[in-house]
Design a protein around this ligand. Sequence first.
Ligand SMILES: C[C@](N)(CCC[C@H](N)C(=O)O)C(=O)O
Length: 310
Amino acid sequence: VYTTYLSLPVPELATRRPEREMKLSPFQFSKYQGLGNDFVIVDHRHQSHPALATEHVKFVCDRRFGVGADGVIFLLPPKESTNDAQMRILNSDGSEPEMCGNGIRCLAKYMRDISSEWRSKRILRIETPAGVMFVEFVAEDGIKVDMGKPILDPSAVPTTLKPDAGEESAAVDIPIHIEDRTFRVTCVSMGNPHCIILVDNLEEIEATLDYWGPRIEKAKWFPKRTNVEFVKVVDQNQIKVIVWERGVGRTLACGTGACASVVAAKLLGGAVGEQEVVLPGGKLRCHWDSDEHVYMTGPAEKVFEGHFVG
Ligand SMILES: C[C@](N)(CCC[C@H](N)C(=O)O)C(=O)O
């Protein structure tokens, strides 16, 4: 994994201070990461909604002028008292996704780190815009998330791409043309949209991810933009994935993207049973089970605590 990471081009770092109008009030935060997909976590248990504006999120996530992160996660009180908490997440560009996989593992780990009540529970019920997610602590470094059922209806992903005649209910292996390239895409939502592209030459694509990633993310077929995953099927139980995330850019891992990639690999016939998903930042285990739910298991780690001075 480390060698792979070193082969990635250094991400574009800020060349100028991000603009912001409103003064940002100081706040405490904790920094967590899941396979190098990293988040600033803010405890808003006593507030009803995130208290950071879009421009503030960009500033906090900036890796030179701010804390540096792929996103900001807010711990909010649950709407239903039977649930433990509510999660809201903002991408580093300030946009709000419907769901996140590495992020919810990080939030669950944070919840157990700060509360003995939550530490005493084996399963946490966390509300997200994509529904209530069940997060189970299966081992010290293993957090298992029931990510729910994948959404394949193109209009719900959403995508304007139409299913092929033979596949009436999902956009599977559809050719799209961008500039001089044709990509065969499969569109899957895990609450957030993913465009999955199976390739043989992941190394070549990795070198051009910063070019094709944003062009696919913002392509006309994706009304809410899309996350982009290039996937190589290694064998029937392992896939390799590189990610261009909607609203973030190149990341070292994406949990929802790993789950969507497993669904696409199975629809295209290459994957059987539980999959080891190898990402630049590490490995996840994902299983599209017979109950139609996708289960993802992986780590989450605390990095540091801090006080943002604003
Ligand atoms: C947190 C995440 N990386 C996804 C974040 C959200 C993603 N950028 C999107 O806009 O859907 C994950 O699913 O692991």
